[in-house]
Design a binder for this molecule. Structure first.
Ligand code: AMP
Ligand code: MG
Length: 415
């Protein structure tokens, strides 16, 4: 018996019901090198000016203002070499006077009286002297103290993912540790009596378990703290036992399979026994209709539970559109997933009633993005999705979208 579409929750309502539960888990300090993928919890404030002191942007010679003027007027000026200042050298009051140049290297501090740096390629030996030529500008090749940030400036705003350049910027400010949102601890329960772990021999009517590896790979990108994976057959007792432990120890529990309407689907019954309050079950989407979401509060500890359908495409699509936004939101990233418009390359059809997430490849031409739907759109098929650049959103009410029409697309967590 099929569920009337009217009994299903809309995608928008289901996502809202998920995100309304996404409260902060607090913050913690992590080493900057461990921070990529995590979310910056607070603004980074400059503790000093950056650059911290005037320095040279090239290997060359520091010269005095009077010599800049002289070279520009006469076409050249001959200078004596007064000192050498390697990067990291302490100046101790050394000063540049007229007629004297200082040898400097990229990053060297500048002796007092420096008005410009001449690149070493533009300096010629002339007898004992160094000859510089006209065309100089005061201040050339000098990186000024505070030209990028002043002490007290906001260097980076909180609630954004720590990218490699942000980690480097934090290190520039001297931060060995970064304050990040506490990442969720995640439990994953794989259900299905027909499943065998890859690497093991397959018996008749058995299939390889693929949602575990797929979801674990996707979870890595969401910046989680830990992942505890369990497998159970389709019977109530082991399902209850495994879920009980996972609910206790984690902030988020994800189940795979067993949330549909089959006789052997034990997950919903087990969750109910364990006090998980159902918020959503069955959403008007394809793939992913049996999606379940609930929460459990026990002894001050909250666990969000995502029941993903077992079909491999359904599991990863519902992860992308519900679980991933939740994992980001509990870490402070609450902006809606960015969508963009693309022109469909071919006509697509479906029955009205459920919104369909269509795997597409993207290309770019003068008119903007173009989306080409991938074939094999059934819930048990991963081939198309494995090549997808984005999910196109085929709205619930429509039965047909013509080639040349616009379609809204969203990036996948891993693209
Ligand atoms: P279920 O949601 O448990 O009814 O499963 C739906 C379909 O997905 C069935 O064909 C299952 O064999 C398959 N399936 C369930 N879990 C997995 C898994 N972890 N890996 C691969 N296929 C699965
Ligand atoms: Mg099953």
């Amino acid at each position: 018996m099929t569920t009337p579409e009217a009994a299903l929750t809309s995608y928008t309502d289901a996502l809202a019901a998920v995100l309304v539960e996404a409260g902060s888990l607090g913050t913690e300090m992590v080493a900057a090198v461990a921070a990529p993928g995590r979310v910056l919890a607070e603004d980074i404030i400059a503790p000093f000016d950056l650059p911290r002191f005037d320095n040279t942007s090239v290997d060359g010679y520091a010269i005095h203002a009077a010599d800049v003027e002289l070279a520009n007027r006469d076409g050249f000026a001959d200078l004596a070499l007064g000192m050498t200042v390697p990067a990291g050298d302490v100046l101790r009051g050394r000063e540049l006077t007229t007629g004297v140049a200082a040898r400097v290297f990229t990053g060297s501090p500048l002796p007092a009286g420096t008005a410009a740096i001449v690149m070493q390629e533009n300096v010629e030996p002339h007898g004992e002297a160094l000859r510089i030529s006209a065309g100089l500008t005061l201040g050339q090749c000098i990186r000024r103290q505070g030209e990028e940030f002043r002490s007290g400036d906001i260097v980076a705003r909180g609630a954004q993912p720590l990218t490699p350049p942000l980690c480097a910027l934090a290190a520039t400010m001297g931060l060995a540790q970064i304050q990040v949102a506490r990442a969720p601890r995640v439990g994953l329960l794989l259900t299905g009596s027909e499943l065998v772990a890859p690497g093991q021999p397959l018996g008749d009517a058995q299939i390889y378990e693929s949602n575990g590896p797929g979801l674990a790979a996707a979870l890595k990108l969401a910046g989680i703290a830990s992942l505890d994976v369990r497998s159970v057959p389709d019977t109530l007792e082991p399902t209850v036992a495994a879920l009980s432990e996972l609910l206790e120890a984690n902030d988020v529990v994800i189940t795979s399979g067993g949330v549909s309407v089959g006789t052997y689907d034990a997950v919903k019954e087990a969750l109910q026994q364990l006090g998980v309050a159902r918020r959503i079950w069955r959403v008007a989407i394809k793939p992913g209709k049996p999606f379940f979401f609930g929460v459990r509060h026990r002894a001050g500890h909250k666990t969000a539970v995502f029941g993903l359908p077992g079909n491999p495409l359904s599991a990863l699509v519902t992860f992308s559109v519900f679980v991933f936004p939740y994992l980001r939101a509990v870490q402070g990233i609450t902006a809606p997933v960015q969508t963009f418009s693309a022109t469909l390359n071919i006509t697509i059809k479906k029955p009205a009633g459920r919104l369909e997430f269509v795997s597409v490849t993207l290309s770019n031409d003068a008119s903007g993005w173009r989306a080409t739907p991938l074939g094999q759109r059934a819930s048990h098929m991963l081939g198309g999705f494995s090549q997808a650049h984005a999910l196109a959103i085929f709205p619930a009410g429509l039965e047909r979208l013509e080639g040349g029409q616009c379609i809204e697309c969203r990036r996948l967590p891993w693209t």
